[in-house]
Design a protein around this ligand. Structure first.
Ligand SMILES: [Zn+2]
Length: 88
């Protein structure tokens, strides 16, 4: 179920927590360094990574950016379907 808030012509959909339906999240960063060994040499290549995750402020469930983007695509798909006016 999606929570809808309508105001004039604007419909706003929120990403909701799977567990408790809360719509408030805090952003958490993970910082890491990833090392890779290059074949046939002693060189190490490294990448500095910053990952963002989001935590429900109510039940503390963690969501990734990918999960939220996937949900948005579904929500947009549903709106596009429901806004199609049937022919008379
Ligand atoms: Zn929650």
């Amino acid at each position: 179920m999606l929570f809808l808030g309508a105001q004039m012509d604007i419909i706003k959909d929120y990403f909701l927590c799977d567990k408790c339906k809360n719509k408030n999240f805090i952003r958490i960063f993970n910082f890491s360094v990833q090392f890779r060994k290059v074949n046939f040499s002693d060189d190490l290549i490294y990448d500095e990574l910053t990952e963002e995750i989001y935590q429900c402020t109510h039940c503390h469930t963690i969501f990734s950016k990918h999960q939220i983007e996937t949900r948005f695509k579904e929500m947009i798909g549903e709106h596009l379907k429901s806004s199609v006016v049937p022919k008379e």
